[in-house]
Design a protein around this ligand. Sequence first.
Ligand code: ATP
Length: 327
Amino acid sequence: MKEIKKIGVMTSGGDSPGMNAAIRSVVRTCAFYGIESAGIYRGYQGMIEGDFIELNARSVKGIINKGGTFLKSARSKDFRTKEGRKEAYNQLVKANIDALVVIGGDGSFTGALIFNQEFDFPVMGIPGTIDNDIAGTSHTIGYDTTLNTVVDVIDKIRDTASSHNRLFFVEVMGRDVGHIALNAGVGAGAEEILIPEEDLGLDRLLESLTRSKESGKSSSIVIVAEGDKIGKNVFELKDYVEENLPEYEVRVSVLGHMQRGGSPSCFDRVLASRMGVKAVESLLEGKFNLMVGLKSDKMTVTPLAKAIKGQSKINKELIRVSDIMSI
Ligand code: ATP
C-alpha cells in the first residue's frame, strides 16, 4: 500500500450534530502525525467537482461546539455512476490525496466501499447520523444530542399538555429504527411509544390510553416514530383516537428538522474526537475499508461491509421499562 501523506475528509448524507467535532479531530490527528489533510465540500458531489480546501490544525478552531457541518453535506446522484466515481478519483489524485475519511451513514459507506473496490483507494468510515441505525457501534455521532433535544422539547410539551388535560402525539425521526423514539420516550416519561420494530396495535393503544385516564392521569404523551409499525401517520392516529375516545382532546406535534440541529452534547463531542483519532491512526497503520465504532466504551473497528449490512437492534429491555413506567 502507498504511504499515506495526505488524508481527505468529508461529511455525506444527512447532517448530524458533532460532525464538525469529527472533522476537527481528523484534521488535528493528521497534524499530530505530521501528515496533510484536506476538506472535501458537499460530500461526494464536491469530490467529483474537486471542491477541496487545504486544512491545518488552526483551520478547525472554534467548531467543536457548532452543529451541522462546515464542509456541508450533500446527496450525489453522479457518484452513483461509474463515470462520476472515476471523475472523483481523478480529482483526489490531482490533489495528492491518498486516503479518505467519510463521516456519514450507511449510504455514504456503501459509496465508499464501491469506490475502494473500483480504484483500490483506502477509505475509512466514521458513523455520523442521528438515527443510530448502524451496526458496529453502540452510538453514532449526533444521536445523543438529538435525544437531549427531543427530551427537552417533550418536557415543554408536557407543561402545556398537563395544563389543558390533553393527549399529545409527538412524532420524532426514525423511519426504519425506533432508537430515538424509545430512548427519548423513556427519558421524557411518555405513556406510550410507537416504533417501527414493534406493532403495538390500535386496540392496545386505546386500552392503554383508557387505563391512563382511569388511573387519574390528567395528560398523556405518546411518542410516534415516523415509520411506526401500526402504519398510520400521526394525524391518522389522532383522528382514530378522537373517534374512539371522545373524552380525549388530542393534539399533534411533529418535531421535524429541529431534531438535527443544535450544539452537540458533550458525549457527541467526545465520541467524535475519539473516532477521528481512531480513523486516522487506523489508516496510518495500513488498515482501511473499516468503520470506527464504540463498543463497551472502547474504540473498535468493523469492516465497512459488515457495518452496512448489519441492522442495529433496539433494546427490548427499554420497551419493558417503558411498559412498567406507564402504569
Ligand atoms: P443518512 O443515514 O443520514 O441518510 P447516508 O449516508 O445513509 O446518511 P445517503 O443519502 O443514503 O445518506 O447516501 C449519501 C450519498 O452516498 C448518496 O447521495 C450517494 O452519493 C452515495 N451513495 C449511496 N449509496 C450509493 C451507492 N450504492 N453507490 C454509490 N454511491 C452511493
